[in-house]
Write a protein that binds this ligand. Structure first.
Ligand SMILES: Nc1nc2c(c(=O)[nH]1)N[C@H]1C(S)=C(S)[C@@H](COP(=O)(O)O)O[C@H]1N2
Ligand SMILES: [Mo]
Length: 253
């Protein structure tokens, strides 16, 4: 076993590299050593395959693949015990409701295979997310026809994000409590986070506290300081007003 801090004597460049990778894997058991899984390699008949994983090139423009699972948030990481967690579903719905942890765990479950793209330019490919489908939540609430957008509210200091109802209801969008078969950790949004694979990852609210259905789009935390209301990584909608190709090297030529 490797002990951090011990050097391998007289090791050539290859074994040094191997040790470096092995160290990183020891520190981070979500490290992806190999190529990302392809949708056709997933031996799970029930799993929902996110359409973007079937693209020949799965990396959106000006993104880079990371093998790690970085942790990113605006502020502090709230630590929320499942037993004290609850979710409020409100807004333009026939039946607003609250879910506690036991009720969440009783709902029918889905698994999704999808990629995850942060606007700071890293993409983590081939994630298996498990939890409750957003469509299931919407169905239980009975969303009214006027609802066109969703605001996801979170426990970290009233952080929120807004997104169109259409991407929220995409078949690969879900409320997650398991990632690659393991419970989410506090830093990745435990007990329950949103995951919307078709949009940049800041729309995938961690530490989910509420889902509000609204008629008009209203900016959340990052959107208020200029980030895009929609946030399609394939169109590079990073900041409000961004047009496709505005970040590529030959933009303007
Ligand atoms: N509640 C909350 N959710 C959040 C954020 C945040 O600051 N607060 N940051 C977003 C951003 S910018 C990204 S890239 C992803 C990162 O998820 P991860 O830390 O699990 O990789 O969470 C998103 N969800
Ligand atoms: Mo991000």
């Amino acid at each position: 076993m490797l002990v951090p801090g011990t050097a391998i004597q007289d090791a050539g460049p290859v074994s040094l590299l191997t040790e470096k990778i092995a160290r990183r894997m020891l520190q981070d058991d979500k490290y992806q050593a190999g190529e990302p899984a392809l949708p056709e390699e997933i031996s799970d008949a029930e799993i929902i395959i996110s359409s973007d994983t079937r693209r020949e090139n799965r990396i959106p423009p000006n993104q880079v693949r990371t093998r790690k699972w970085p942790v990113l948030q605006a502020g502090v990481i709230p630590v929320i015990e499942p037993e004290s967690w609850s979710l409020e579903v409100t807004g333009l719905v026939e039946h607003p409701f609250q879910l506690n942890w036991a009720q969440f765990k009783e709902m029918s479950r889905v698994r999704v295979f999808s990629d995850f793209h942060c606007v700071t330019r890293w993409s983590r490919l081939g994630n298996v997310w498990e939890g409750v489908s957003t469509a299931e939540i919407a169905q239980r609430a009975g969303i009214r026809p006027e609802a066109k957008f969703v605001v996801a509210h979170a426990f970290d200091d009233s952080w929120s994000t807004n997104l169109p109802l259409e991407q929220f209801l995409s078949p690969d969008a879900l409320l997650v409590d398991l990632h690659d078969g393991e419970p989410l950790t506090a830093d990745h949004g435990a007990p329950v986070r949103l995951v919307v694979p078709l949009l940049y990852a800041w729309k995938s609210a961690k530490w989910l506290k509420g889902i509000e259905f609204v008629a008009e789009d209203k900016p959340g935390y990052w959107e208020r300081v200029g980030y895009h209301h929609h946030g399609d990584p394939w169109k590079e909608e990073r900041f409000e007003g961004d047009q496709p190709d505005s970040y590529s090297d030959n933009a303007g030529i």
